[in-house]
Design a protein around this ligand. Structure first.
Ligand SMILES: *Cc1c(COP(=O)(O)O)cnc(C)c1O
Length: 229
């Protein structure tokens, strides 16, 4: 078994253990393998181990890997997305995690409309106020949920956040808890074109805590691909 395979299986087991600790069903948690630092060989290896979902944060890398592996895996866009690059990935990304502005939302609606497809997205929310470079404020998020009720080509499937880096991930447990609470609150309302199916939170350093706090998607990169290339 390659290092990638061992790593992948170990991460899956740790997700299961975190689910057990918090009374969750492991089938509720989806692992996105963040392949942004690796090439085709590593992705191939991960697919052979049973990994079916990959996350990329650059449009160009996304497109190359999508073209190569689209028949064997699904690809998510997890990184900051510029409005002028939206047209390149709409209809190709299974899920866009990083929609953090009204402009971006409306450009996705426009491009998906031209293609006649419906694009699934998450709204990236800036929960901590520390990672303020990207991520919508609550006010912006609320405005986007409302505006999307009039759209026909975008479905909002949940929320995503990037927690600030912490040496001790326990220090940022509250960030995950808060995103989960916001998601439950939105989910209790009827908002057209919105369903809170996923909260995308947790990375290599903190995914177990995110799972304990209700993550529906964890995005793990170095935990799977480190020391393997
Ligand atoms: C790189 C990246 C990850 C994965 O980070 P690791 O610490 O390598 O697990 C998750 N989410 C986003 C948005 C990323 O850019």
């Amino acid at each position: 078994m390659s290092g990638i395979c061992e790593n992948y299986k170990a991460i899956m087991q740790r997700i299961e253990a975190a689910c057990e600790r918090s009374g969750r069903n492991p089938s509720e948690v989806k692992l996105v393998a963040v392949s942004k630092t690796v090439g085709n060989d590593e992705i191939n290896e991960a697919i052979k181990c049973g990994c079916t979902t990959f996350g990329e944060n650059r449009v160009q890398d996304f497109l190359e890997k999508y073209d190569k592996f689209r028949n064997r895996a699904e690809f998510h866009m997890i990184g900051h997305l510029q409005t002028n690059k939206v047209r390149k990935i709409v209809g190709k990304a299974k899920l866009i995690h990083s929609v953090d502005s009204m402009r971006l939302l409306e450009e996705i609606e426009h491009r998906a409309g031209l293609l006649g497809v419906v694009q699934d997205i998450l709204i990236q929310v800036d929960v901590s106020g520390e990672e303020s470079k990207f991520g919508a404020s609550y006010e912006d998020m609320t405005a986007m949920l409302k505006a999307n009720e009039d759209n026909s080509h975008v479905r909002i499937k949940g929320l995503m956040t990037m927690a600030p880096f912490a040496d001790d991930p326990e220090d940022i447990r509250w960030v995950f808890k808060k995103l989960h609470d916001v998601s439950v609150d939105i989910g209790s309302k009827t908002i057209y074109n919105t369903s809170m199916e996923y909260t995308s939170m947790g990375m290599t350093n903190d995914f177990e805590i995110a799972v304990e706090e209700g993550a529906g998607i964890v995005r793990v990169g170095s935990g799977i691909f480190r020391n393997t290339h």
